[in-house]
Design a binder for this molecule. Structure first.
Ligand SMILES: C[S@@+](CC[C@H](N)C(=O)[O-])C[C@H]1O[C@@H](n2cnc3c(N)ncnc32)[C@H](O)[C@@H]1O
Length: 308
C-alpha cells in the first residue's frame, strides 16, 4: 500500500502531536492515540489528517457514531476529500453509494506511483494486463481475425503495464489517467503516442466517434461505481468491429458494492446489463481474478465487449 497521506495542519505543534499519536497507534495503544488526537484537534480544528486518523481508530474501537462524526469532520475540512473520508462513511452505512472523489484517486496514485509496480506485481500478484491480452487474443481467434489494432486507448493507464502487454499488437496507444505521477511513469515507457491527465470518462468524451479499434481498462473499473456512462462513451469512440476489454472485481449479490478494500465490485449481471445497454455485444465474460489479497485471489471478471 502507498504511504499514508499526510496533510499538514499548518501548526507545527499540532503536527508534532499528531506524529506522537501515530506512534502510539502503531504501537497498538489506540485508546491513548485517540485521546492525543482529540488534543491535537483542539489545537487545529480543521486538521483533516487528524480527524481521518481518529475516524479509523474509532471504527477499530467499535465506536460507530464517533467514527462517523470524525470522518464527517475530515470530509468537511477538505472539500476535495483527498483522504477518501466519504468512502469510509459509505462503508459505515452513513452515506449512499456514490463515486470516488477525484482528489482522493489522484492523491492515492500520485503517492503510489514510485512503488506501484513492485507493490502490485510482487505483493499482490497482479495480472490484469495479461488477463486482458489473453482475453482479446481468444476473442479475435474465435472471430478468425488477427489481434492487431491501429488505435488503442488505455483507460487508467497507470505506469503503462497494459501498453507493455499489448506492445506488439497496437500501433498507437493513447493513455488516460487521473494521476500526473502515474502518467509520468507511462510516458517514460515510450509506448504511448499520446497521454492525458484526465478522468477517463472526460478523456473519452474528448475523443471523436469511431476513433479507436481497441479500448482497454485493467483494474480501473474498480474505481468507478456506475460504469454504464463509460461503456456508452466507449461504444461511441469504438470503430465498427472494435473491442472494449476490461477487468472488474465482483461479488455474489446484485448491483454494485464498495468492498472493504475501498474498491467497487460489480455483479456479473450488472456488467452484462450495462454492456447491453451501451449497444455492445459481449463475446467474453469470465470469472478471473486480477490480484490477490491476503494471498487469496480477489473475485473478479474479465470482459470483452464488441461493437458490431
Ligand atoms: C490499479 S491502477 C491500474 C493501472 C494500469 N491499468 C495497470 O493495469 O497497471 C488504477 C489506475 O487507474 C487510475 N484511475 C482510477 N480512477 C480513474 C478515473 N476515474 N479516471 C482516470 N484514471 C483513473 C488510477 O490513477 C491508477 O493509475
Amino acid at each position: 500500500m502507498p504511504a499514508r497521506l499526510f496533510l499538514s495542519s499548518g501548526d507545527l505543534i499540532a503536527d508534532r502531536r499528531f506524529d506522537f499519536a501515530r506512534d502510539l497507534q502503531l504501537k497498538g495503544d489506540i485508546a491513548a492515540a485517540a485521546d492525543l488526537l482529540l488534543q491535537t484537534i483542539e489545537l487545529a480544528p480543521n486538521f483533516t489528517t487528524a480527524w481521518f486518523t481518529l475516524g479509523g481508530i474509532r471504527e477499530a474501537l467499535g465506536e460507530h457514531e464517533a467514527a462517523i462524526a470524525a470522518f464527517r469532520a475530515a470530509q468537511a475540512s477538505d472539500p476535495g476529500d483527498r483522504h477518501g473520508a466519504g468512502l469510509r462513511l459509505m462503508r459505515l452505512g452513513d452515506a449512499p453509494l456514490a463515486g470516488m472523489p477525484r482528489a482522493y484517486v489522484q492523491a492515492l496514485f500520485d503517492q503510489y506511483a514510485p512503488r506501484f509496480e513492485s507493490a502490485l506485481i510482487d505483493d499482490l500478484g497482479y495480472r490484469g494486463p495479461a488477463l486482458l491480452f489473453k482475453a482479446v487474443l481468444s476473442v479475435r481467434a474465435a472471430a478468425k481475425k488477427p489481434a492487431f489494432f491501429k488505435r488503442g486507448i488505455d483507460l487508467g493507464c497507470g505506469t503503462g503495464l497494459v501498453a507493455t502487454a499489448f506492445a506488439k499488437g497496437v500501433d498507437h496507444f493513447f493513455g488516460i489517467d487521473l494521476s500526473p505521477r502515474m502518467i509520468e511513469k507511462s510516458r517514460a515507457t515510450g509506448l504511448y503516442a499520446d497521454l492525458e491527465v484526465a478522468d477517463m470518462l472526460q478523456g473519452l468524451r474528448g475523443r471523436p466517434d469511431a476513433s479507436a479499434d481497441l479500448i482497454l481498462a485493467a483494474d480501473t473499473m474498480i474505481y468507478v461505481d456506475d460504469i454504464a456512462p463509460l461503456l456508452v462513451e466507449a461504444a461511441r469512440v469504438l470503430s465498427a468491429g472494435g473491442l472494449l476489454a476490461f477487468t472488474a472485481e465482483t461479488h455474489g449479490g446484485e448491483g454494485v458494492i464498495l468492498g472493504a478494500g475501498l474498491r467497487y465490485a460489480h455483479a456479473a449481471e450488472y456488467v452484462r446489463a450495462a454492456v447491453e445497454a451501451a449497444g455492445l455485444t459481449m463475446p467474453l465474460l469470465e470469472d478471473r481474478s486480477a490480484r490477490n489479497e491476503d494471498h487469496v485471489p480477489v473475485p473478479g471478471l474479465v470482459v470483452v465487449a464488441a461493437k458490431t
